[in-house]
Write a new protein. Structure first.
Length: 188
């Protein structure tokens, strides 16, 4: 009788210690949404590495990035795309990482991967346009800013950067049109 009772206690303890991975993931996402990074990390670290989803790795990467541990964040984003090839946010975040470091080819490569998965995210195209400007490729920048505006025409910065590109291309009338759009949207 004593052995049966101890076995039942052991089963109960194990079931409390090892919560379902998907439930831990859901809780971690909720805590991340509430900006509770410590609890987010604690929950995800309870999930066995081989059972972590792309979203789990992405959240770990975001926590690392928020803590300015960028090398760790990059590792986590890479693990995210290994776990889920369709985790476009990891590619997007890797693109941002490379853009900030002036590694423009790597940035474009990751933004392009993100855009192939989520072709309607305007910020992917906006960021690609910013990289294109840095690379001196104003035609591609124009194309990418136009795509960004096509998917979300209410973001003032999209219009401002397109105005800048048109100004650089000596298309002053179009530049003024987009500058006017920017001023209207920005409330100037």
């Amino acid at each position: 009788m004593k052995k049966i009772f101890l076995s039942m206690v052991a089963v109960l303890c194990c079931s409390v210690c090892f919560a379902d991975s998907s439930e831990l993931s859901k809780q971690a996402t909720a805590f991340y949404s509430d900006n509770n990074q410590i609890r987010t990390m604690d929950l995800i670290l309870q999930i066995n590495e081989k059972d972590r989803t792309g979203q789990d790795w992405l959240l770990l990467g975001n926590v690392m990035a928020d803590s300015l541990r960028m090398e760790d964040a990059v590792y986590m984003y890479q693990k995210a795309v290994e776990a889920d090839k369709k985790c476009y946010r990891a590619y997007y975040n890797l693109g941002n990482y490379y853009y900030e470091r002036g590694q423009y080819n790597e940035a474009i490569e990751n933004y392009t991967k993100a855009s192939k998965i989520n072709s309607e995210n305007p910020y992917i195209y906006y960021n690609m346009g910013c990289v294109n400007i840095k690379q001196g490729d104003l035609q591609r920048a124009k194309t990418n800013f136009n795509k960004a505006i096509m998917f979300d025409s209410k973001v003032p910065e999209f219009h401002y950067n397109l105005a800048y590109v048109y100004k650089q291309l000596h298309k002053d009338k179009l530049a003024q049109t987009y500058l006017d759009n920017y001023n209207k949207l920005a409330g100037n």
